[in-house]
Design a protein around this ligand. Structure first.
Ligand SMILES: NC(=O)c1ccc[n+]([C@@H]2O[C@H](COP(=O)([O-])OP(=O)(O)OC[C@H]3O[C@@H](n4cnc5c(N)ncnc54)[C@H](OP(=O)(O)O)[C@@H]3O)[C@@H](O)[C@H]2O)c1
Length: 280
């Protein structure tokens, strides 16, 4: 199976590259393929003829999107649409990654695939628009919602917390609860999904749930970081974009390809960080 990965320099992109090493893989970073450019997308898909295009490209600057929605919609809606159009033309499958931010976060139980989206941020709206565009343009699609993605490289929450470890204390929000997802675990699950030909919408995130506070305590506990972690409320950390207070994802869709518990993802993250020497 020939797979084309877009956004290959990101957290998920790198994870996919590693897993797909030695296979028939075309991995393109942003400089090599701008997914918002329809002509370029058509040319690359037409020339490389992949069986599956896996879109790991995204505009993830959630707060910036509130004041300037253009870039978010270009990358998160127009881009996936372009990939879906081009793959429909060549008969390929398309995989699009979406987010828990399509939900408003007011539920009291985990969100499944048939819950109604109601994004509260521009970023969430742009990702939802991307989902819709993909479904419309190519019936051979997998739309996969995930959440709280992190990897030992890249800008993400656990790495930010570690970078603050020299402070006297770290204040972390405890009233936002979600599904922390280790990017390599998501990558593995996606590669299993594309073997199924069961097109549709899926939720795939680290199993279980945690607040940002829980995640930080667990991270510091594993790495022996002694910096005190103080739980605070979202109100104490005003941000331009509204975050869903509860966005735990679960799946009721077959085939149910579950990720390991989020704690296992964090353990693997810490182990690999150690090997990279980044926890010194
Ligand atoms: N990170 C999270 O917490 C999270 C949560 C829920 C869902 N997701 C979704 O999961 C997927 C993977 O996320 P991630 O964390 O791996 O993202 P990431 O690390 O931010 O990587 C995204 C990559 O896409 C590239 N990109 C941006 N605009 C592009 C364009 N027009 N054409 C081609 N590439 C472009 C970026 O390049 P530059 O760096 O050069 O801009 C970056 O390398 C995304 O769909 C994301 O929305 C992520």
């Amino acid at each position: 199976m020939k797979i084309l990965v877009t956004g290959a320099a990101g957290q998920l992109g790198r994870s996919l590259r590693l897993l797909l090493e030695g296979t028939d893989l075309v991995a393109l970073e942003r400089a090599e393929l701008d997914i918002a450019d329809l002509a370029a997308v058509r040319r690359v898909v037409g020339e490389t003829r992949p069986d599956v295009v896996l879109n790991a490209a995204a505009y993830n600057r959630v707060d910036d999107a509130e004041s300037d929605s253009g870039p978010a919609f270009r990358v998160n809606a127009v881009g996936p649409r372009n990939l879906a159009l081009a793959t429909a033309e060549t008969g390929a499958d398309v995989v699009h990654i979406s987010t828990d931010y399509v939900f408003d976060g007011r539920a009291s139980r985990p969100y499944h695939e048939y819950d109604a989206p109601a994004p509260r941020s521009v970023y969430g709206a742009s990702k939802l628009a991307g989902e819709k565009a993909v479904r419309e343009a190519n019936p051979r699609h997998y739309v996969v919602r995930t959440a709280w993605v992190y990897h030992e490289t890249g800008g993400n929450f656990p790495r930010t917390m570690l970078s603050l470890r020299d402070r006297d204390e770290i204040r972390v929000v405890h009233d936002q609860v979600g599904s922390p997802t280790y990017a390599p675990h998501l990558a593995e699950a996606l590669l299993r999904l594309i073997e199924t030909n069961a097109y549709g919408t899926y939720h795939m995130a680290g199993r279980g749930q945690a607040s940002w506070y829980d995640l930080t305590c667990r991270l510091f506990g594993r790495l022996g970081v002694a910096t005190p972690v103080v739980p605070v409320t979202t109100d104490e950390f005003p941000r331009p974009a509204e975050r869903p207070p509860f966005s735990v994802l679960t799946s009721i869709q077959e085939p149910r390809i579950e990720l390991p518990p989020w704690e296992d993802g964090l353990a693997s993250f810490c182990e690999r960080l150690g090997r990279l020497g980044e926890d010194d």
